[in-house]
Design a protein around this ligand. Structure first.
Ligand SMILES: [Fe+2]
Length: 178
């Protein structure tokens, strides 16, 4: 069974701090998209939802003098690198299996190629899913980062997704022995 749940991750102060910055509503919507896509692609739903929930925790404050400077952001952004590292540290601290922590971190690292040199990036299915899930929730001008969600509703959605993941992992386990 899972060593760490989405609820464990979501309620951790580190997650709260960085998700409040990049958008709790966006993180949760991306995690739900990742669940759906993981089923479609035959990828582990546990890894996909965790990577999607944490994919943007590497963002820094984009504001200068109260407004978001999108151009400077685009030139200097390394949120995927920071996010991968933060997520990995957090997951290990929570007791996640090291192999899973690594796979989740890599999916976060590669969810965007905006910071990489030009060229074709060959993603594994888990990495593709996190990218597609993120894009499925994107709004023009980065508006998805500002969409608000009530704390209580956010937690309920995370707990619901945990139950969906648990049920799917049980189905996967049954498939393996039949
Ligand atoms: Fe995102």
């Amino acid at each position: 069974m899972r060593r760490v749940t989405l609820t464990d991750i979501f309620l951790h102060p580190i997650t709260q701090k960085y998700l409040k910055r990049s958008g709790v509503a966006h993180a949760i919507a991306t995690a739900y998209h990742a669940y759906r896509l993981a089923l479609q692609y035959g990828v582990n739903v546990d890894l996909a939802t965790k990577a999607a929930l944490l994919h943007d925790i590497g963002h820094y404050e984009w504001y200068s003098n109260g407004t978001w400077d999108y151009e400077t952001y685009k030139q200097n952004d390394i949120h995927a690198i920071k996010g991968a590292e933060r997520a990995h540290k957090l997951l290990i601290r929570l007791g996640e299996h090291p192999q899973h922590a690594k796979e989740i971190a890599l999916a976060i690292l590669l969810h965007t190629d905006s910071y990489l040199p030009e060229g074709e990036l060959k993603r594994k299915p888990l990495q593709t899913i996190v990218k597609l899930a993120d894009e499925a929730d994107e709004e023009p001008g980065g508006k998805h980062h500002y969409r608000q969600i009530d704390d209580e509703l956010a937690l309920k959605k995370i707990q619901q997704l945990d139950r969906m993941v648990e049920q799917q992992l049980q189905r996967d386990a049954l498939d393996q022995i039949s």
